[in-house]
Design a protein around this ligand. Structure first.
Ligand code: NAD
Ligand code: ZN
Length: 671
């Protein structure tokens, strides 16, 4: 692009776009475009700015770390800036990097390679061996003080191991959400019908900026450290820093490798491209660092990143194909999901024919039309998605998608609640996929656990008219099942056995299995524990329901609505008669010690070594009783981080003894 005016215009355009995506990404933890698309826009900007330096502004996205500090936390100025990393998706550019290093040093050097963990950067400050502060990267020069949130991460040591440490140092690394935990959170959110979290990185970033550390603690974040930083530290190489972090007791991922030359780096890259799916967390590439610290100093920094390091990013695999048709799926709750039916295309080793489109907004955002040529991408996720439309290939006369107005399965007009993205079929009790979905929801492992009944069997039972709701399962006879296609004596007996076994399943699981809207597994447990049996729960009114800890308005209303429906009451009567568990069985307490015998305790705040429920359990195991409110009858208040001052005042006034988590631990360890 030689034209000056055009270049100026494009630079302004790119800068504005990148500022916007940065804002979304760092402030709201939302990715509106893929990282690859973002990086390509940034690359275009850098190239243009090199050609036309007169248009490069000091606050260009090419010159600064993308984040900022927020108002909700105290601001901390970094003693040593926290920078970004240059990145590339191409091996040629990596070779160019190696050439620049060779030229800049003019002596032998080696690399230290690490995985590029896809999370959020953090700096942990240690004074005389104790954690005093945890800070986000922010804009690179100053970040947010998120110490309380970081302390909920159990692998971060509050005190480091050994006694040979500098007065002050920083351990820098990446906070992340393990993929398993992420999936678990989303399964839970799905059953509560909350919007799903987009990916583990954005979820980790959103979590770290939450105001309530107790909620953060539940999210089970983890952290890998990869940099030992400070002034005049007694180390000569990055490798020595890593070893030092390990000795201090930090969580260092055992995936790094020292490489003698760029060929070994390439081997490392290729190896992890295959192995990365087996890791407990997502990585988006490899970080290559010059190992020697004096050499790092010699190479120095640009405004935004070190010259002695670079990240090689794995490109999410993508392909181009044609959108043949949009079909619509109806789920258990009646939610309608549009599905893109594609001309089959090979992507990341599998043939892709379909991609999820989420909802009507997504179709509008992509401005998708039947017949369009589209880009599909498969990142860490299993289900491919459409990332963009190739407008140059759009056929003339193509028309915007007319979203369906009636349920494709039962013909009922769809509804869309104000402010919600999703359309629903309201015919809960008559819409086939909703009925079948309700039954498979009930049969799942976390609910009634009838593993001998799969989707296919449910379909057959439905088609034969044998099952219209979950209570019908308990009326099934040997003959009913034996006559189903594919069933023999043994499989029939197995299915009946599975149904019989479900009568022993605890009440809280059955309650979850009923599929009351917004009542996920955790909520069902809370309700069961509080109301003890189904009759109490059915009799509870809205006010009583929102009294229950962690039960919000939406859930309370949904429970009230459920039990108002006489068909549901009838269903529950039938389940009771069939012999299902409709009340909780109090757990037998395992006795571990008697240090707290006869004492009443209140727990408050966030704990480092225990989860909230866990500490209550431990108290009971040692003979203590857990109560929820401070009163004159309480003996001990176990105070975690971030305990409310009002609670503390009250406890002091009433003469309740207040102990720390550490004191609590030594109390119970004494016997
Ligand atoms: N999709 C979007 O809308 C959007 C918007 C803004 C940024 N982004 C993405 O974020 C990138 C910019 O973020 P960035 O400036 O943090 O750069 P970066 O994430 O590409 O690299 C720097 C970061 O890598 C992390 N890291 C992980 N493992 C590391 C290791 N072993 N050693 C050192 N650092 C390690 C650190 O957090 C460090 O801050 C962009 O390139 C883009 O891919 C995407
Ligand atoms: Zn329907």
């Amino acid at each position: 692009m030689a034209d000056k005016t055009e270049a100026k215009k494009r630079i302004a355009e790119l800068s504005e776009k990148l500022h916007y995506y940065n804002y979304k990404y760092y402030q709201e933890s939302i990715s509106e475009i893929s990282d690859y698309e973002f990086d390509m826009l940034l690359k275009e900007l850098i190239t243009l700015e090199e050609e036309f330096p007169e248009f490069k502004s000091p606050d260009s996205p090419s010159q600064r770390v993308g984040g900022t500090v927020t108002k909700q936390f105290d601001t901390v100025v970094h003693k040593i800036p926290m920078l970004s990393l240059g990145n590339t998706y191409s091996k040629e550019e990596l070779e160019d990097f190696d050439k620049r290093v060779a030229k800049g040093l003019d002596e032998p050097y080696e690399y230290f390679c690490e995985l590029k963990f896809d999370g959020v950067a953090i700096s942990l400050h240690y004074e005389r061996g104790s954690l005093v502060r945890a800070v986000t990267r922010g804009d690179g020069t100053k970040g947010d003080d998120i110490t309380n949130n970081a302390k909920t991460i159990r692998s971060i040591p509050l005190k480091i191991r050994g006694d040979n440490f500098p007065d002050y140092f920083e351990a820098r690394g990446e906070v992340f959400l393990p993929r398993e935990v992420f999936n678990e959170i989303n399964r839970e959110r799905e059953s509560e019908e909350k919007a799903l979290l987009a990916n583990p990185r954005n979820a980790a970033s959103g979590t770290l900026k939450m105001q309530d550390s107790a909620v953060v603690a539940k999210r089970k974040l983890d952290c890998y450290l990869y940099s030992y930083t400070g002034e005049d530290l007694p180390i000569n190489s990055h490798e020595e820093g890593i070893k030092q972090l390990e000795q201090f007791g930090f969580n260092v991922s055992q995936t790094y490798r020292k490489c003698e030359n760029i060929e070994e780096v390439f081997a490392f890259i290729n190896e992890w491209e295959k192995k990365k799916l087996a890791l407990p967390l997502d990585i988006d590439g490899i970080v290559i660092k010059v190992n020697s610290i004096p050499q790092q100093e010699q190479l120095g920094f640009t405004a935004k990143s070190p010259r002695w390091a670079i990240s090689y990013k794995y490109k999410a695999e993508s392909a181009t194909t044609v959108l043949n048709e949009i079909t619509y799926q109806v789920g258990r709750t009646g939610a309608v999901t549009p599905v893109a039916n594609l001309r089959p295309v090979l992507l990341a080793g599998t043939t892709v024919k379909r991609a999820s489109l989420h909802n009507a907004n997504e179709i509008a955002r992509l401005d998708l039309r039947v017949g369009d040529t589209v880009h599909v991408e498969k990142g860490g996720e299993i289900i491919p998605k459409i990332t963009a439309v190739d407008l140059t290939k759009r056929e003339v006369g193509s028309e915007a998608v007319d979203y369906i107005t009636e349920c494709p399965e039962c013909g009922t007009p769809l509804v869309r609640t104000e402010g919600e993205a999703v359309h629903y079929c309201p015919n809960v009790k008559g819409c086939p996929p909703q009925i079948k979905g309700t039954i498979s929801h009930f049969a799942q492992r976390k609910a009634a656990d009838i593993d001998s009944i799969g989707e296919r069997t449910i379909h057959l039972l439905y088609e034969k008219g044998l099952v219209r709701n979950i209570a019908d399962l308990y009326d099934l006879t040997y003959e009913d099942i034996y006559e189903l296609e594919g069933f023999k004596d043994l499989s029939t007996k197995n299915l009946l056995q599975g149904i019989e076994e479900s009568k022993k399943i605890p009440f809280e699981n059955i309650l979850f299995g009923l599929g009351i809207r917004f009542v996920g597994k955790t909520v069902a447990e809370k309700l069961a524990e509080y109301f003890k049996n189904i009759d109490n729960l059915a009799a509870a009114n809205y006010e009583q329901l929102i009294e229950v800890p962690e039960i919000g308005e939406r859930i309370a209303q949904s429970v009230v609505d459920y039990f108002k429906d006489l068909e549901n009451i009838d269903l529950i009567e039938r389940l009771k008669r069939a012999g299902l568990q409709m009340e909780i069985v109090e757990k037998q307490q395992v006795k571990v010690g008697n240090a707290l015998e006869g004492k009443s305790l209140v727990v408050s705040g966030v704990f480092h070594h225990f989860g909230r429920e866990e500490i209550k359990e431990v108290i009971k195991q040692h003979g203590g009783k857990v109560v929820s409110a401070i009163s004159g009858k309480v003996d001990i208040l176990v105070a975690g981080e971030n305990m409310g001052p009002a609670k503390k005042d009250k406890a002091e006034k009433l003469g309740v003894s207040i102990i720390s988590e550490e004191e609590f631990q030594s109390m119970i360890e004494q016997n």
